[in-house]
Design a protein around this ligand. Structure first.
Ligand code: SF4
Length: 437
């Protein structure tokens, strides 16, 4: 072992002094995210090896240019990041060359508020309005256009809500919306009808209590997905209180947290947070990722801390026109996530929320992406492509056609290269419509 002394993981070191860049923001050459450095210990004069939070070169250059008086220690404080979010389109003026379609949102008024953490803003391309992650968080005039088939609540969550803040659609699991606050707002957010209207303190305690009472008395609920808004924007104590209350319910076997924090506010994943979370296993996490440009050294560090705490990590990605609707983009994202120990879980067809037509692709595009991944990369890197059916039908998987039909009792299958193969005698009695090819 190289290092003599390793401090416990809850130790959060000061991160003053020059940051050591670890990764390129968009690079796919991910290195270990936790960098060990030697700092003197005043009492014993011994050298300690402590983890430090990384800073990718692009973010460091941004900090030095736009926040020259802010030390890395302050920059890496997630509360500082939340307090200094960009909240208005004109706030972005110094850091992004705004185009007319972006400026127009100030006049026309978008439904969803704007908020971007300084960290995430550092990843935006100031000169390219078509850059994927810039399009995902900077509003365009197109958001103000309402198209046929769009709705405020396309998934019908309100009608499957027995008490406020709880969606009970599937028999054995519930979706618990614990806050309507996010550090950064995605312009295509399914819950844009309800997020962004508070200060980050979470929904009222009485609402939480009512939802918990419902879960307590509904014995069929074995799985609770805690979402929002973004639950990881709540203070540690509130999250701990909630997890403890839910863990006390004997029929709840399994807790999940849905979050975008590791992508937009990775500084939030502190050693204290993960130390608290791991008290509540089995606890899983679904992380919302959009584009490989999000896979920075900071995000790698956040995922590493969560994975090292034994939290199984899955990703959720929304298919977005002009942002991530290319096989190569998705392959880079999903392969990069595997390197961070995040299993690509769902690829969603974009929900028809109000003002979303500029984000939505034809379903064929999603099928093309899945066909371009399956067989061409590790199976773990291929998520399930789903439509969350409008009106409350739940998630319905969409698969490229692989069963061609039946011939002489054999099942005829198409592989990832479009070559045909037979599975002998495995077809059983073919359905009438496939009696012959
Ligand atoms: S993080 Fe999730 S809840 Fe928050 S704005 Fe993005 S999609 Fe909506």
């Amino acid at each position: 072992m190289k290092s003599e002394i390793v401090l416990p993981e809850e130790f959060e070191p000061p991160s003053s002094g020059p940051a050591v860049p670890r990764l390129e923001a968009v690079g796919h050459n991910l290195a270990p995210a936790v960098h060990l450095r030697r700092v003197p210990d005043a009492s014993s004069k011994r050298l300690f090896h402590v983890p430090r939070f990384p800073e990718n070169p692009r973010t460091r250059a941004f900090r030095l240019r736009f926040f020259p008086d802010v030390a890395p220690q302050e920059w890496n404080d997630w509360r500082w990041q939340i307090q200094h979010r960009y909240r208005d389109i004109e706030d972005l003026e110094p850091v992004v060359d705004l185009i007319k379609e972006e400026r127009a949102t100030q006049i026309r008024g978008a439904q969803l508020p704007l908020a971007i953490t300084p960290y995430y803003a550092s990843l935006l391309d100031p000169h390219d309005p078509s850059q994927g992650i810039r399009r995902s968080v900077v509003p365009l005039r197109a958001e103000c256009v309402r198209s046929p088939g769009e709705a405020e609540d396309p998934l019908g969550e309100e009608s499957d809500s027995p008490v406020k803040g709880l969606v009970h659609r599937y028999p054995d699991r519930v979706l618990f919306l614990v806050t309507d606050f996010c550090s950064t707002y995605c312009r295509y957010c399914t819950r844009s009808r309800m997020v962004g209207h508070r200060d980050g303190s979470g929904l009222p305690q009485s609402q939480w209590e009512e939802a918990i009472r419902y879960i307590e008395k509904t014995k069929t609920v074995r799985d609770v997905l805690i979402s929002g808004g973004d639950p990881l924007t709540l203070p540690d104590e509130k999250i701990a209180w909630l997890l403890k209350r839910l863990r006390r319910i004997r029929h709840v076997e399994f807790l999940r947290i849905g979050t975008k924090v590791p992508a937009v506010l990775p500084q939030r994943v502190t050693p204290e947070l993960v130390r608290m979370l791991k008290r509540f296993h089995p606890l899983w996490m679904s992380i919302h990722f959009t584009h490989p440009a999000e896979l920075t050294s900071e995000t790698a560090c956040a995922c590493e801390r969560l994975a090292n705490a034994g939290i199984p990590l899955g990703s959720q990605t929304v298919l977005l026109k002009g942002i991530n609707d290319r096989v190569e983009t998705m392959k880079a994202l999903f392969q990069g996530l595997l390197r961070l120990r995040v299993r690509p879980y769902y690829l969603y067809q974009c929900d028809p929320i109000l003002g979303s037509s500029h984000f939505r692709t034809p379903v064929e595009k999603g099928l093309e992406i899945i066909a371009g991944l399956r067989g061409h990369t590790t199976g773990y890197a291929v998520p399930t492509y789903v439509i969350d059916a409008p009106g409350g039908g739940g998630k319905i998987p969409l698969l490229p056609e692989t069963v061609v039909g039946w011939e002489n009792g054999d099942l005829v299958l198409k592989n990832y290269q479009s070559r045909l193969f037979r599975y002998p005698g495995g077809a059983g009695d073919p359905p009438a419509e496939h009696a012959s090819l």
